[in-house]
Design a protein around this ligand. Structure first.
Ligand code: DLL
Length: 432
């Protein structure tokens, strides 16, 4: 089922027209109501009427996370605070958070996008959706909650953590859809196995996983562990939250709700558009947001766009699964390394678990890259020779894939901390 067929299957020309009209009105709105944008546009010699449609988007100024921090909490708002009905905040680990106000209409749009995303996965009103994303300022919990409610499904507002209880809820309430981070889904699948619960006997059938990068190999691992079909849901709190895009049953990328968020993929150095299929930084412009519309928000997420038709019938542009963030990319002795590459390699090695930690350090002037890898219980051995062979096998595979020499440390089952939300995979000691 397609939740909003007129919008999700719109002809490209019609979509272009809709986006252009909406962009013109959003530009007028921020020019007249947000001093930050007025100043930026004036500095560029731009008047709202210079923007005739989305083909003029490149004329507009960018917005960065730093701009949101500098105007914390509500300096970029375009409506009076009396119009706000909820505020979310980003889960930033450094510096000040970023606050994002929503009007009533913004929350309706949020729920609409999440309902579309859930429909994309094949979920219907007959499903029981266990929302195991954290509830609170993070958009995962309440975002999925409102979207699942709009869909008419039964919501189990489990929130993150308390794994024992998650397993009980899965069994007692017969959850058919699980929404959480992919790392927590993996953890839950291990916890089920340890508790002796056969996942094939549970009614669970769909996973709606996102909020952190994950690989196709990780998807397979989770699908086998939980006996479900896993879908990728993407979004960021500054723009909305989950549901900005979601993978469909064709599993051919994530459809973006482009009638609400105009996407661009830009070369991160030149900030000019890259062609379809080429990886660039995703940049979004709000087309309908009321409380705090942003022009050309730089996400730092790396992905590519695809405009050709999808087998599912939706015409909305697709993005590939996020490869990583430009600011997650490690530069080790001049070589670019993404944590997702490490994950792909480890998932190809049966003895290794996809639980890993990347530790970057500097010895003198030389960067070192240590990868701690958890080994399956039955592969851990007292035989030094066996462990050493395994270590070399993993090192060889990682060295080849990353094109940089790594130090592999094998650690025992359950040594690496499990996450209930976004997993932390990298410790960069060079910055300390
Ligand atoms: O993580 C919103 C969300 C909640 C998305 C639940 C999906 C599910 P933030 O905390 O603001 O919002 O973090 C946004 O997380 O810029 C990406 O780097 C990353 N991210 C989100 N979804 C995905 C995904 C939420 N499916 C940041 N794949 C984004 C890869 C993702 N990275």
């Amino acid at each position: 089922m397609i939740w909003n067929e007129p919008r999700e299957c719109m002809g490209r020309d019609e979509m272009h027209h809709l986006q252009s009209c909406r962009l013109q009105s959003v530009v007028k709105k921020v020019y007249h109501n947000v001093p930050f944008y007025r100043t930026k546009m004036q500095a560029l010699g731009l008047e709202p009427d210079d923007i005739k449609g989305v083909e003029d988007i490149a004329k507009l100024p960018f917005t960065t996370k730093q701009d949101l921090r500098d105007s914390y909490p509500f300096g970029l708002a375009a409506t009076p605070a009396s119009e706000f009905v909820r505020v979310h905040a980003s889960s930033g680990t450094t510096g000040k958070p970023t606050a994002v106000p929503h009007s009533r209409k913004d929350l309706e749009m949020f729920a609409e996008c999440v309902a579309r995303a859930l429909c994309c996965t094949g979920a219907t009103k007959n499903d029981v959706i266990q929302v195991s994303y954290g509830y609170g300022l993070f958009t995962g919990g309440l975002g999925l909650h409102d979207g699942a409610t709009k869909l008419g499904a039964t919501v189990i507002p489990a929130s993150g953590g308390n794994t024992r209880n998650q397993l009980t809820l899965l069994q007692d309430f017969g959850s058919t859809v699980l929404a959480c981070t992919p790392s927590y889904a993996l953890f839950l699948s291990e916890a089920l196995a340890e508790a002796g619960i056969d996942s094939a006997k549970l009614p669970l059938r769909i996973g709606v996983f996102g909020a952190e990068p994950w690989t196709a190999e990780m998807r397979e691992k989770i699908e086998t562990g939980l006996q479900i079909k896993a879908y990728d849901i993407y979004g960021l709190s500054e723009v909305m939250g989950p549901g900005m895009s979601d993978s469909c049953e064709a599993r051919n990328g994530l459809h973006i709700a482009e009638d609400h968020f105009y996407p661009e993929a830009l070369d991160p150095d030149t900030l000019t558009a890259v062609p379809d299929g080429v990886v660039g930084e995703l940049v979004f412009t709000h087309l309908t947001k009321e409380a705090m519309p942003l022009l050309r928000y730089r996400t730092r997420d790396l992905s590519s766009l695809h405009h050709e038709a999808c087998a599912c019938g939706r015409t909305n542009v697709r993005m590939d699964r996020v490869k990583g963030r430009s600011d997650d990319m490690l530069i080790i002795r001049g070589v670019n390394v993404f944590p997702s590459q490490v994950e792909s390699v480890l998932l190809e090695i049966p003895e290794a678990k996809p639980h890993y930690m990347i530790i970057v350090d500097r010895e003198g002037t030389l960067d070192t890259l240590e990868i701690q890898v958890e080994i399956g219980e039955r592969y851990f051995s007292d035989e030094m020779a066996q462990l050493s062979t395994l270590k070399n096998k993993i090192k060889h595979a990682l060295d080849n894939a990353l094109r940089v020499s790594v130090i592999v440390s094998l650690v025992e089952h359950k040594t690496i901390q499990r996450s209930e939300g976004k997993a932390k995979r990298v410790i960069d000691r060079r910055k300390l």
